[in-house]
Design a protein around this ligand. Structure first.
Ligand SMILES: C[S@@+](CC[C@H](N)C(=O)[O-])C[C@H]1O[C@@H](n2cnc3c(N)ncnc32)[C@H](O)[C@@H]1O
Ligand code: SF4
Length: 456
């Protein structure tokens, strides 16, 4: 049974949003290294440009939040923050080859839609001035329904956005109240109708399970209501409880958190309901309607993933991040900007870029990253095809990942995958614990994996 398999493999391990994972980033990677990596990225693949813009501000803090947020203290900070973003965009654009096209822009936070629209408009205009956009570019913003208005929705469309992600989290008002989150500003059905009327081609909805007052029954009710809205994509995040990093989460313990078993029940009840309603499981709590590009990419084994979520290989680009805390994911390096808002502003004003930490990938890392990405996203790997894409021999590829078929014995006995010296193919149940399988391809995984969260 799926439940037994998930419980059996509920061990700590990296989520592989990046390889190497973000805990490998270090402060010896400095602004000069980022500058060099930016220039170098022009000669590396993918040629496409993905852009991430981070807006850390939230008018009210949700107790569960694990994101990098900042309570907006005054208007002057807002002005200076967006002025710094524009400055950072100028600096980075000045180093990039203008023939490369932008295929993806993602605004996240914090709550980007809580700031006056004029700031969004200015940044979008600057990006359009400095970069060439692909006609098929996916341009998305994470929006909290608590602050979204019909005007804002239509303005976003006018500024070029074609996707909205609504952070609904739960429809149960007492859950929202317990976690200090304001409910939607107006009925969700009307908001979704406005998003469609404005002409957005994609709607994503974020939900979380594992919060106080949530039960299997209540979460199923929320899922059923959400399905009626027919979002193209949907994510059911497992609540990550890390009070040692986020002090505000301690309040939730006092209210009483569901047990891991209850959380698993919530995940499964949501999974079954979504599959029965026609959604396709993309992986790791993500779902899409069958006609969505992600579902198509999943079928064709053309899925890819970055810090912003899943994307298709067609829209995949090297990611250039702007704003505090943003992580640029280039072919050869990762670079994260300063997290603290005022320090980020100061550093950009003085030095144009604001690297806090990062990581320079070795040739070996690039090989392991490709293998882990294919396994995590597509559940399939043909060693010889993968080696030729990397321009190395199969023997070299296997040597780098320390391939040993014996490491997969337990998964094989549990009927989670098929494996040979030629290829590995993971089935639907195996994809539920795919990060455990990916760990078997990670040659240098630390013996002590307790620093990572468990699956549930
Ligand atoms: C930056 S937030 C979303 C934008 C917007 N501020 C909102 O709340 O609607 C991105 C998503 O991360 C998820 N999230 C935040 N904290 C989390 C946590 N501790 N565990 C799991 N998911 C979390 C939420 O589902 C949220 O929609
Ligand atoms: S969940 Fe969204 S609105 Fe709530 S504090 Fe986090 S970023 Fe802000």
């Amino acid at each position: 049974m799926i439940k037994d398999i998930i419980l059996k493999y509920n061990r700590p391990g990296p989520r592989y949003t990046s390889y190497p994972p973000a805990n490998f980033f270090h402060q010896e990677f400095k602004t000069e290294d980022y500058h060099r990596a930016l220039v170098q990225s022009n000669f590396e693949k993918p040629e496409n440009i993905s852009i991430y813009v981070h807006v850390p501000f939230c008018p009210k803090m949700c107790h569960f939040c694990g994101c990098n947020t900042d309570k907006l203290d005054n208007k002057e900070t807002l002005e200076r923050y967006f002025d710094s973003i524009l400055k950072e965009i100028n600096s980075v654009a000045g180093l990039l080859n203008k023939n490369r096209v932008v295929t993806q822009i993602h605004w996240g936070g914090g709550t980007p839609n809580s700031v006056p629209f004029k700031y969004i408009e200015k940044v979008m205009a600057r990006l359009q001035d400095l970069f060439k956009f692909s006609e098929k570019a996916e341009i998305a913003m994470e929006c909290s329904p608590a602050y979204l208005t019909k005007d804002y929705i239509f303005n976003l469309k006018k500024a070029g956005f074609n996707r909205i992600s609504l952070g609904i989290q739960d429809l149960k008002l007492d859950v929202l109240e317990a976690v200090n989150r304001s409910p939607a500003r107006y009925p969700i059905e009307e908001m979704v109708a406005d998003i469609r009327e404005a002409g957005f081609t994609g709607l994503n909805i974020d939900l979380i399970y594992g919060l106080p007052l949530q039960t299997k029954k209540s979460f199923l009710k929320t899922i059923k209501e959400i399905v009626k809205l027919k979002p193209n994509r949907l994510v059911t995040f497992s609540y990550a409880h890390v009070p040692w990093v986020k002090d505000s989460q301690n309040v939730l313990e006092k209210l009483g958190l569901p047990s891991p078993e209850d959380k698993l029940e919530m995940f499964l009840v949501a999974f079954n309901e979504l599959i029965e309603s026609g959604y396709i499981s993309i992986g790791m709590d993500h779902y899409a309607l069958p006609d969505d590009e992600l579902a198509f990419a999943k079928r064709e084994k053309l899925l890819h993933r970055n810090f912003q979520g899943y994307c298709t290989k067609e829209t995949t680009g090297q990611v250039y991040a702007f704003g505090s805390t943003g992580i640029s994911q280039l072919h050869g390096a990762y670079s994260q900007s300063i997290k603290n808002t005022s320090q980020y502003i100061k550093e950009i004003q003085e030095n144009n870029l604001a690297t806090e930490r990062g990581y320079q990938l070795t040739e070996k890392d690039i090989v392991v990253r490709k293998v882990i990405n294919e396994v995590m996203c597509n559940g399939f790997l043909n060693f010889s095809n993968c080696a030729s894409e990397l321009s190395i021999s199969v023997e070299k590829l296997k040597e780098i990942i320390k391939f040993d078929i014996a490491k997969f014995e337990e998964f094989k006995n549990d009927n989670l995958l098929e494996i040979s010296e030629e290829a590995i193919s993971i089935n639907e149940t195996g994809m539920m614990i795919v990060r455990n399988i990916a760990m078997a391809f990670d040659p240098d995984l630390a013996v002590n994996t307790n620093q990572y969260s468990k699956t549930i």
